[in-house]
Design a protein. Structure first.
Length: 355
């Protein structure tokens, strides 16, 4: 899997310039304080978290036909999850923010999400103390991958007995670089060709029909560095001044059940599939963070919050339909598919090697 690991790293590095910008903006969101920052992070990141779950549930197979015993298929694919217009922006006045934060210009309340406008930042937000006095301000981040959420996949499949094959996706924890952070990936899938069970019994079956289950889990971690703003000082002696343990983490657990129908026509195999997929995400921020909470005549005071953000939510939970094809040449395989889940669209394409 060494080659696969390098391909995933290459794909993530390709995406990293935009992600780095997102994280710089993301750190700004912490200035809103734990409760409000959690709401802003969830609103901004919704298409990323949902799109990532849908993308990681893609690319497992392009045919109901299973591999022959001990035959191997290694493939690299990429999925682009097309985000609907309704999830490209959010209204900051509609997500339940507290009275301690609000738009600097009352009429400017629409902000891009992760998959929104890349050319314009969100509205400027003012932070106030409990007496309504302004402490500081910041701009909400602009979009990063406008319209889509991309995800790469790398996997190996081996044929087992009785019309069954088994797929593995795996990568140990790898630190991409200091700015991007580290990731690890583990997953597996199993597919059984029910139609060919009848063929073994002596019946002629001119098509393939299979059921499949897959699971994969991706973990992410990156160090953060949010220091006291300007000449801010602790609000009292109880506040920690150690900010060396800051990090953002995420874990995405994805499940997919599918029924797949395909028909081989020479080297061309079209397929259709109906499935049910689920994606659960846990995203959080750990460590100590200095958040400006008060201001005197000449001094900003901060309060240190520990582990200020944690989001646990099922972002994908519903039926999906996919259709696509496999082109099978000697050794080389080409794959493509199109899928629908709710109002999200999924486009997947890739290349593989079969032995």
């Amino acid at each position: 899997m060494k080659k696969g690991r390098l391909l995933i790293i290459a794909g993530l590095l390709l995406f990293s310039p935009g992600v780095l910008k997102a994280q710089n903006g993301f750190e700004q969101l912490l200035k809103a304080g734990p409760a409000d920052a959690t709401k802003l992070v969830e609103a901004y990141g919704k298409p990323l978290l949902k799109g990532f779950g849908l993308g990681m549930n893609s690319g497992w197979t392009n045919s109901a036909k299973t591999l022959d015993l001990f035959h191997v298929d290694v493939r690299v694919t990429a999925t682009g999850v097309v985000v609907p217009a309704s999830d490209k922006s959010f209204n900051v006045s509609k997500i339940g923010l507290s009275s301690n934060i609000g738009p600097a210009v009352p009429g400017k309340v629409i902000s891009p999400t992760f998959s929104g406008n890349r050319n314009t930042s969100g509205p400027e937000m003012n932070i106030y103390d409990d007496n309504g006095k302004k402490i500081t301000s910041f701009h909400l981040p602009r979009g990063i991958f406008e319209d889509i959420v991309p995800t790469p996949q790398i996997q190996a499949t081996v044929g087992l007995i009785q019309n069954t094959d088994f797929t593995v996706r795996a990568m140990p924890k790898v630190k991409i670089n200091k700015d991007f952070g580290s990731i690890s990936l583990i997953g597996f899938g199993i597919k059984h060709n029910i139609a060919q069970d009848f063929a073994v019994a002596g019946l002629s079956v001119p098509f393939d029909f299979a059921v499949a289950f897959s699971y994969n889990s991706l973990k992410y971690e990156k160090r953060l560095n949010l220091q006291p703003e300007g000449f801010a000082v602790p609000a009292d002696k109880e506040q920690s001044t150690d900010f060396s343990n800051q990090k953002i983490y995420g874990q995405f657990d994805n499940y997919l059940f599918q029924a797949i129908f395909s028909k081989k026509i020479s080297f061309f195999t079209p397929y259709v599939a109906l499935g049910y997929n689920t994606s659960k995400a846990e995203v959080g921020i750990k460590g100590n963070y200095p958040i400006a909470t008060d201001v005197t005549s000449d001094q900003i005071l901060y309060t240190t919050y520990t582990d200020p953000v944690k989001i646990e939510k099922t972002y994908v939970d519903g039926f999906r339909a996919d259709m696509g094809f496999e082109l099978r040449f000697p050794i080389i395989r080409l794959y493509a598919s199109y899928g629908i889940e709710g109002n999200y669209r999924l486009v997947n394409a890739g290349i593989g090697v079969g032995l």
